[in-house]
Write a protein that binds this ligand. Structure first.
Ligand code: ZN
Length: 188
């Protein structure tokens, strides 16, 4: 396994629509090794999640952990909202180090994907885990959270910690204020 360098905003690889991965490729030794690298890179960079384009591979694969869960790999994921509700939360990104911004996401989603063995599976995610999945899967379409952030909400992490969120979250959403889909705030 190997830790990969993380592409930063401005690198064109982050703006490509990533390629779907055929099942036979998923099962290849090279791709399995790549998934191991993706996971190791996520851990090494203190991420909660990491998408393949962030380590310079423009393919539709992501990995993430919910709290203490085992790592979950999604290949060729498709997200479907299963309620009308959206929720605001502050996000950060290993490809946009040192910033936070407020993003509205679907609260309840269904995810259809292939696992790391190429087998189809599906699950529902709600709230914080749903936010992580939406953030990571956006990377597969060349979208960064700052594209979706509410104008005026971006802040450097040190200022965010010092002064709080530039635009407070609505009542009931505060639990997401200090969370971050991709890092623990120790970057830079
Ligand atoms: Zn990200």
């Amino acid at each position: 396994m190997a830790v990969r360098h993380v592409a930063r905003m401005g690198n064109p690889v982050l703006r490509l629509a990533a390629e779907a991965v055929p099942v036979e490729v998923i099962r290849s030794k090279a791709f399995q090794r790549f998934l191991d690298d993706l996971l190791e890179s996520m851990i090494e960079h203190d991420g909660t999640g990491l998408a393949a384009p962030q380590v310079f591979e423009s393919v539709r694969a992501v990995v993430f952990c919910f709290d203490d869960s085992d790592p979950i790999f999604l290949v060729n994921p498709v997200i479907t909202p299963i309620s009308e509700e959206r929720r605001d939360g502050y996000e950060g990104c290993l490809s946009v180090p040192g910033l936070r911004g407020k993003v509205s996401r679907w609260m309840d989603i269904r995810v259809d994907a292939l696992d790391r063995d190429g087998k189809p599976f599906a699950f529902e995610a709600h709230g914080w885990p749903a936010r992580i999945v939406q953030h990571e899967c956006d990377h597969l379409d060349g979208v960064l959270y700052v594209d979706r952030a509410e104008p005026g909400s971006l802040a450097f992490l040190s200022e965010f910690r010092r002064f709080g969120p530039p635009i407070p979250l609505p009542k009931g959403h505060e639990d997401e204020e200090d969370e971050d889909p991709e890092d623990d705030g120790d970057e830079e």
